[in-house]
Design a protein around this ligand. Structure first.
Ligand SMILES: *Cc1c(COP(=O)(O)O)cnc(C)c1O
Length: 374
């Protein structure tokens, strides 16, 4: 359910997502498009449709329900559920909608096998291994027992074996990536030795850009880079992610423009006091629109190609910016919270830095606003 009845519009350029997909595919291997959480706020169905049109044959969503929504919309590609079955009804969705759940423990496998036997169906699964995240997954020592068990279980078909990198986007931690890669290779070898055949998948976006040569394996799961963020922006390895195109921008409207004399304060708590005579614009955006209050006195918007600083606290639906010297500004004018023209454009990395978060969260939150696909 999007945020309703506001003036923000989040615009998505699906052609840029497709261009990023093509760019990532050029690094080799199968690219699984990660479109969990409503495609990181970019729109599940619109994103999947555009990528399927570009030849993508495998998608990764979050919950089984998200996968079922994608299947019901007519998607015929492989749909992986990264969260796997959490509730009993998820098992039914997985079987009926032909989803491929990530499975992280023996009990889960046993429960799915029971459901398959009851319905007389076969379920495809992806095994998830922990090689360094310590979040979810089987461990290396489970591999022989798993292979034996699954070779004897005709209703469960393993199509993928996966693990997730903890530090792929940190140039100072490439050693840990190599360690995870080596452990994952041993796991895959043990499972194949035990008689299983599957696609191996380790890399996320940063892994594809920096490590695919050494540990690309068969399938790579691309998320944030599809949406145009370079995981190495601002680091010495920035060039690894060159050429990615942002796909999301968020625009709203100016409600009022007025003078703020030197010495006057603005907004709740009087946290900003004008140090000179200023002109301010009051903008229709606030924390109710998922525009974080953490941007108070920190963030910038982009107005006609220029960066304009936020003055005082971000309110529920209004925020003040400094437009001194910009005489042509009028109520009703468009102003960018994300994106914009020229060097003043606000990137997801900029917003994340001011906001104290990562671009992933910026997309998920601004993607809650009414969206247009162009
Ligand atoms: C979200 C997710 C990805 C994608 O990661 P990015 O850093 O966005 O490329 C890959 N694998 C798993 C298991 C994930 O949950």
């Amino acid at each position: 359910m999007p945020i309703e009845h506001n003036y923000l519009r989040t615009r998505i350029r699906t052609e840029n997502i497709v261009a990023n997909y093509t760019r990532l595919r050029a690094q080799g291997g199968q690219v699984v498009s990660v479109i969990k959480a409503d495609a990181y706020g970019h729109g599940l169905l619109e994103t999947a449709t555009a990528l399927a049109g570009a030849g993508c044959e495998s998608f990764a969503v979050g919950s089984a329900a998200e996968g079922a929504a994608l299947r019901d919309a007519g998607c015929t590609a492989e749909i992986l559920s990264l969260l796997g079955p959490v509730l009993p009804e998820d098992e039914l969705l997985i079987i009926e909608k032909n989803l491929v759940p990530f499975m992280h423990d023996f009990d889960q496998l046993a429960r799915l096998a029971v459901a398959c036997t009851r319905l007389g169906r076969v379920a495809k699964v992806a095994l998830k291994f922990d090689t360094g995240m310590a979040r979810l997954g089987f461990v290396e020592a489970d591999a022989p027992k798993l292979a034996e068990m699954l070779c004897a279980s005709p209703c469960i078909e393993v199509v993928m074996v996966s693990s997730h990198l903890a530090t792929a986007d940190d140039p100072g931690a490439f050693e840990f990536v190599a360690e995870q890669g080596a452990r994952f290779a041993r796991i895959c070898q043990a499972l194949r030795h035990g008689g299983l055949t599957f696609r191996a998948s380790l890399c996320n976006s940063a892994g594809i850009l920096a490590h695919a040569g050494a540990i690309g394996f068969d399938a790579r799961r691309a998320g944030i880079a599809l949406y145009g963020v370079n995981p190495f922006a601002g680091s010495a390895r920035e060039a690894l992610g060159h050429g990615l195109l942002p796909a999301m921008e968020t625009v709203t409207r100016i409600v009022s423009v007025h003078d703020l004399p030197r010495g006057a304060s603005i907004s709740y708590g009087r946290t900003y006091v004008a140090e000179r005579d200023m002109r301010v614009a009051i903008v229709a955006a606030g924390y109710a629109d998922a525009y974080s209050r953490g941007l108070s006195n920190k963030g910038f918007m982009c107005l006609a190609g220029r960066r304009v600083p936020i003055l005082g606290r971000v309110c529920m639906q209004l925020t003040a910016v400094d437009v001194s010297g910009l005489d042509a500004v009028r109520p009703g004018d468009a102003i960018h919270l994300l994106g914009g023209e020229g060097p003043g454009a606000v990137t997801a990395d900029d917003l994340a830095l001011w906001w104290g978060t990562i671009p992933y969260e910026v997309f998920c939150l601004l993607g809650l606003n009414p969206r247009e696909h162009v």
